[in-house]
Design a binder for this molecule. Sequence first.
Ligand code: ADP
Ligand code: MG
Length: 259
Amino acid sequence: MQLVIDGICKRYENKGRETVALDGIDLVVKKEEFVAIVGPSGCGKSTLLNIIAGLTSPTSGEVYFERSEDEINLPNISVVFQEAGLMPWRTVRENINLGLEKMNISEEEKRNRIETYIKMVGLEGFEDAYPHQLSGGMKQRVGIARALTTKPDLLLMDEPLSALDAQTRIVMQEELLNIWNQEKHRTIYITHNIEEAVYLADKIIVLSRRPGRIKSVIQIDLPKNSRKEHQSEILNYRETIWNLIKDDAQQAIKEDIDG
Ligand code: ADP
Ligand code: MG
């Protein structure tokens, strides 16, 4: 079953002013593939992710799963945003359970999954804590566990670590890579941090400045279970990708200033 993103265009209309956010995005994401999307601010990354999630409709084009005849179950999609969006009156365990409430699985299976993912994101001992008792990184871990418990066919992440301090961010990058090595979720991961993209992804999609088009697709040929040992290659990839983005990024900042 592969995810197909076919000719996605998006035009926003606001008070008579038109913004073309995306122009002709084509992309296929296979099972177990981790794709990162990078590009200058305002190039349409979040718009694309929301369209794939089914939260925004495209102006034209479509997103679908190409399924074989024996794959009858509807694909299930989880989304993680920059803010975890936890319910303050629910404990960690209850927040993680949110994703499972509507699923047709036994109570025992639900409990097992919650235990598994609490362990996987390193929140053991905090099961009964409330969100206000947690640090930013821990809240985001709850959000990630909640997204994973449904065993999604597609995991969508929009800048999931961007609100965290630099050190927590590095720790969480490692955790995300470990989780992927265990579970191998098909993932589309948006980040403005190029190094993070290279550290985590199999493939990086570089978008151009608005209207977002695919400027380049870069395969990261480094083993996923020992990325940390390839620092110099990671920096080389970062350099290559930054050279592709930098003019667009400068231009995007200028347009922001000029209005
Ligand atoms: P990114 O996530 O890459 O920073 P976005 O997808 O958030 O980019 O936005 C792409 C462009 O579309 C921007 O110019 C933004 O201002 C515009 N845009 C996003 N959402 C809306 C909206 N709801 N209405 C009008 N314009 C929007
Ligand atoms: Mg965004």
